[in-house]
Design a protein around this ligand. Structure first.
Ligand code: GRF
Length: 200
């Protein structure tokens, strides 16, 4: 059995979708969910709906700053991941940039979903920026996480059109629908293979 962790900061629609989708596969399981904010409603929702799934709210410590703060935070995250014998981590709206502590421990094993056709529109508010630029199409990219911002090797990428009369909300909804379709494909890959590295 391959143990997967989810990490999220916000509303967590992708995390919830992955938890549900994972039930279809026999060789992978969601071993834990880590949330790094006080504001996210996700822990309460998941504890109620999936009482057997361990949920950890892990926030950075007050007092520390910069690299020390990230190192300490990621060290505690790793302890939790190791406690659940996690092999892969799927970021689902996790809003922190990962540091070397976490990246080195889980090399080529951390995945992110990004709401654009990378390398276009890395960073924040990608759907909104693409829409404001009047693009004819946008997309969703799933990639391995490296030390850059939305730069790691691409695992999956799919396009969606901007339709005439689209509001920004329509456009984002089309993107989210695609995210919910694509991200479970990573579970399917991990159900069949121990690595996500392209070409291995
Ligand atoms: C998604 O748009 C994802 O592509 C990005 O963060 C957002 C998270 O949304 N990385 P949700 O919390 O899963 O609804």
């Amino acid at each position: 059995m391959r143990n997967i962790a989810l990490m999220a900061s916000g509303t967590g629609t992708n995390a919830l979708n992955l938890i549900e989708a994972c039930r279809r596969f026999s060789q992978v399981r969601i071993a834990c969910l880590i949330v790094d904010t006080h504001e996210s409603p996700l822990p309460e929702i998941v504890r109620k709906k999936y009482p057997m799934l361990p949920v950890h709210r892990i926030l950075p410590m007050g007092g520390l700053k910069g690299d020390d703060r990230k190192r300490e935070h990621e060290t505690r995250i790793i302890e939790t991941l190791e406690g659940h014998e996690v092999g892969h981590v799927l970021l689902a709206g996790y809003m922190r940039i990962l540091g070397p502590v976490l990246l080195n421990r889980f090399k080529n094993s951390i995945v992110n979903i990004h709401p654009s056709l990378l390398p276009l529109y890395p960073g924040m508010d990608s759907y909104q920026r693409a829409f404001a630029d009047n693009v004819q199409e946008s997309g969703v990219t799933i990639h391995l996480v490296d030390e850059g911002i939305d730069t790691g090797p691409i695992l999956l990428q799919e396009r969606f059109p901007r339709l005439e009369g689209d509001t920004v909300a329509d456009f984002i909804q089309r993107g989210k629908d695609l995210e919910w379709k694509l991200y479970p494909m990573i579970l399917e890959k991990l159900n069949e293979s121990a690595t996500l590295l392209p070409g291995v």
